[in-house]
Write a protein that binds this ligand. Structure first.
Ligand SMILES: Cc1cc2nc3c(=O)[nH]c(=O)nc-3n(C[C@H](O)[C@H](O)[C@H](O)COP(=O)(O)OP(=O)(O)OC[C@H]3O[C@@H](n4cnc5c(N)ncnc54)[C@H](O)[C@@H]3O)c2cc1C
Length: 339
């Protein structure tokens, strides 16, 4: 099996920013058994480990001096159902969008608003992916993983995952300590029709279609295709920053100075601000410096125009953070995992 570990493996096709870098060691696992075996292998005993999914939420800033374990655990299986819901077990290496398409083809509702998010199922609980008024946490019932140190299989229920906005126990306490192997989703047999985001209802209107899991999926695909750059043609990692959450008191103060500021109620006393609005207002939208820049249609997305190094993108992100702090006194933090 050690023959299957490659050395000085290129990562440029394995990250959506399209950054050229290598990893000292690389291994692709297709099932839990081979994952356990590689973790027990002496060759990697003292190596730093990085778990790679679709590489759509990472920024590689240097060659990786360790082993990248590429997840390719496949499989989608219905494991139980009742009158209203279906429980589906999904391998962590399944492509997320393929799973969304599978669910709508079976008339199962819950994740249609999350269509076209790049990456794999295993990373979806990691940052509790979300879009268009829906977060994946509302459909997850259990997450199975391997503890890297003990190599034991464990699981956590949705409550134990500590899901919050773009966060979970896997991005905090358990980061780099576990490898998610499968996720159990609870999908509804009834259309949930979450069209609270105005863009979806407008799109359905122009499509002249009533809401259903299929039409919402179609609407989201249309909206996203218009708005976001396709990493195949323009390297990016989606939203580079998280939307900052500030006190509603501070939001009201900012509103006096910036009447158009965009904020959504986050909790009783907190408001979530659209980071894209802050970045655009600070004049960064469409900014280009060398081969890195801020996407012209969406200021939250940093892009690689070709040949950029991770450190160039990191440098630009720091300049943006500094400018937002000085203009609005708000700290914006990266959503992307920097390695
Ligand atoms: C164009 C574009 C649009 C996007 N839109 C959205 C959006 O609307 N909403 C949203 O939430 N995100 C969005 N993203 C970000 C990204 O697609 C998601 O965060 C996605 O879930 C990342 O999946 P991945 O498999 O590519 O993870 P990777 O980038 O490979 O990994 C991300 C992190 O998760 C860890 N990880 C990955 N798999 C596992 C595993 N099996 N076990 C343990 N740790 C693991 C990695 O070590 C890394 O730290 C977008 C990205 C792009 C490029």
């Amino acid at each position: 099996m050690t023959k299957l570990i490659s050395t000085n493996h290129p990562l440029n096709l394995l990250n959506t920013f399209g950054i050229s870098a290598t990893t000292k060691l690389f291994y692709e696992f297709k099932d839990i058994q081979s994952l356990k075996e590689i973790l027990a292998n002496n060759i990697i005993k003292n190596e730093q480990i990085f778990i790679l999914g679709g590489g759509s939420n990472i920024l590689i800033t240097k060659n990786f001096d360790g082993i990248v374990l590429k997840n390719s655990i496949e499989g989608i299986k219905i494991i139980s159902e009742d009158r209203d819901n279906v429980s589906v077990e999904v391998g962590s290496g399944v492509n997320w969008h393929e799973f969304v398409l599978w669910s709508v083809s079976k008339n199962l509702s819950g994740i249609e608003n999350l269509a076209l998010i790049p990456g794999l199922v295993g990373a979806s609980p990691m940052q509790n992916i979300g879009a268009y008024g829906v977060e994946v946490k509302d459909t997850i019932s259990k997450v199975y993983f391997i503890d890297i140190k003990s190599r034991l299989e464990k699981n956590l229920t949705d409550k134990q995952c500590n899901f919050s906005y773009r966060n979970s126990i896997f991005k905090s306490k358990l980061k780099d300590k576990v490898i998610i192997t499968k996720v159990i989703f609870k999908l509804s047999k009834h259309n949930l029709n979450n069209i609270s985001y105005g863009a979806i209802s407008s799109e359905l209107e122009s499509l002249k279609k009533d809401a259903s899991c299929q039409t919402i999926c179609e609407a989201v695909i249309n909206i996203r295709s218009r708005k976001l750059p396709d990493p195949k043609y323009l390297g990016n990692s989606g939203s580079f920053f998280k939307n900052p959450v500030i006190s509603t008191k501070k939001f009201e103060e900012l509103k006096i100075k910036f009447p158009n500021i965009i904020g959504y109620q986050h909790s009783e006393k907190h408001t979530k601000i659209a980071a894209g609005w802050l970045i655009e207002k600070a004049g960064w939208k469409g900014f280009k410096e060398g081969n890195v820049g801020v996407y012209k249609k969406q200021a939250l997305v940093l892009v690689n125009y070709g040949g950029a190094k991770g450190e160039h993108i990191l440098k630009l992100s720091r300049k943006i953070q500094k400018s937002i702090l000085s203009k609005f006194k708000i700290k914006i933090l990266p959503e992307v995992n920097i390695i």
